[in-house]
Design a protein. Sequence first.
Length: 265
Amino acid sequence: MALARWSNLKDRIENIHSNHHTLSVYLNGAENSLRWQGSQTIASATSNSVCLMPANLDTNWEVRGPISHLHFYFSDTHLSQLIEQVWDKDGQRVQLDEIDFAEDALLTQLFCTTLGQSNWQDPLDQLALDSATQTALIHTLRHYSQRRLPTLRPTGGLPTWQLKRVVEFIEHHLNQPLTLKDMAGITGLSDYHFARMFKQTTGYPPHRYVLHRRLTQARHLLAETSLNMTEIALRCGFGSSSHFSNRFRAEIGVSPTAYRTQQRS
């Protein structure tokens, strides 16, 4: 799987052919993008639209003004594995629909917020990206494929013993990158089922819980130790003191330095 940010101003792109599926969400400017098939022209009436181009489809595009969007690339293998893990069904022979400039509130929100605003190279954002891309794939399978897959509803939380093991694992690895697969592996559940059951039990999605625990530890270190900002950042799993400061301010409302001053006064 891969994500790509793409922007353009004026262009004509012909005979695009790929062996992977492409889900595209326009962040803006969809009305400036046209797709043509022979003599037929397909266009959007809104600035934000969703396109789904299945693998091995030939497409032609014309860009008549500024546009920007996110591409999400994935393969049949990803879809098959998800069907088997989430729905416990045969994942073979998945056929996606071709979608041109559709309105989809869930995908637009997902791409404009979590996927669009995350730092894709930052290990701290990996949990949120894992969850968001999984949600996008499940939504695509349910709404834009030939398979009739039922709505998924959480049926319960994690047993106490499993939650204890996961929480202990998180606490011992707060200074390291964590992925959804890491935590799900502790329970033997699929990534999807683990994330849903964890939220049922704790009230937090996994990525929010991990961030909460990192910031809780950071507040303790700020108030009770004389460690500098870089040392605290690394102990709490942040890549740098600036990254730590930005996350801390966004969540707590003040800078780490101001928080330490408040606690000591």
